[in-house]
Ligand binder design. Structure first.
Ligand code: ATP
Ligand SMILES: Cc1cn([C@H]2C[C@H](O)[C@@H](COP(=O)(O)O)O2)c(=O)[nH]c1=O
Length: 198
């Protein structure tokens, strides 16, 4: 039977998520979306990430969860029409906010409404290489030591939850895309016997 897939890309800043999520979206004729969203809560989060506004780490965790409540509604709507490719989701909250020192159970509780993705792709990168790829205007989490902690947390989650893990460190954008596509195609065929782009 035909099933539309909810595919999530995760990884530290500079791992190549946006680039790869957009390439896959095009290939699958899917709907692309990201977190933080472009909505009013997402915009407030961006100001905090740029250091223009400050709040407690638990408040930030609650803002990400609130933004996600709105986002899940959109994702469910879009899944009626096509596959959905999402650039960051719940696992960003688990990896980043626990690395900031927020209690993991608190994060899981406030995100218990979150729809489970069908596939999660974790992109990894050597942290120094990832930092080099980023622009000059750094956001609050774009610091080497912090991102190492976040990546370790992601790798633990990947093992527990069965994410697809792809290292982009020494690969070109196209090489990473081909590797992702190959695995996603086999998963899609395995899950629903459907053809790509349907
Ligand atoms: N495999 C790669 N090799 C070299 N450069 C890359 C690779 N993948 C992405 N880039 C470049 O690195 C920069 C960051 O990529 P991208 O925005 O996709 O990363 P990201 O993981 O979404 O980062 P962020 O989380 O900070 O938004 C872009 O300029 C992109 O062109
Ligand atoms: C969804 C989500 C995001 N973050 C962090 C991770 C990044 O540092 C920024 C988002 O910026 P990007 O350019 O889209 O990578 O926000 C987080 O800490 N928690 C979350 O739930």
């Amino acid at each position: 039977m035909f099933k539309r897939m909810f595919i999530v890309f995760e990884g530290i800043d500079g791992s190549g998520k946006t680039t790869q999520a957009k390439l896959l979206t095009k290939k699958l004729n899917a709907f692309y979306t990201c977190e933080p969203t472009e909505g009013q809560i997402g915009r407030l989060i961006r100001e905090i990430l740029k250091g223009k506004k400050k709040c407690e780490k638990e408040t930030l965790a609650l803002l990400f969860a609130a933004d996600r409540v709105e986002h899940v509604k959109l994702i469910e709507e879009k899944l009626k029409e096509s596959h959905v490719v999402c650039d960051r989701y719940l696992y960003s909250s688990i990896a980043y906010q626990t690395s900031q020192g927020v209690d993991e159970d608190f994060i899981l509780q406030i995100n218990r409404f979150a729809k489970k993705p069908d596939i999660v792709v974790l992109l990894t990168v050597d942290v120094e290489e990832g930092m080099k790829r980023l622009g000059k205007e750094k956001e609050i989490f774009e610091k080497e030591e912090f991102l190492k902690k976040v990546q370790n947390k992601y790798l633990k989650l990947a093992k527990k939850e069965g994410f697809i893990v792809i290292d982009t460190t020494n690969k070109s954008i196209n090489e990473s895309h081909e590797e992702i596509l190959k695995i996603i195609k086999s998963k899609l065929w395995g899950l629903s016997n459907m053809s790509i782009g349907e």
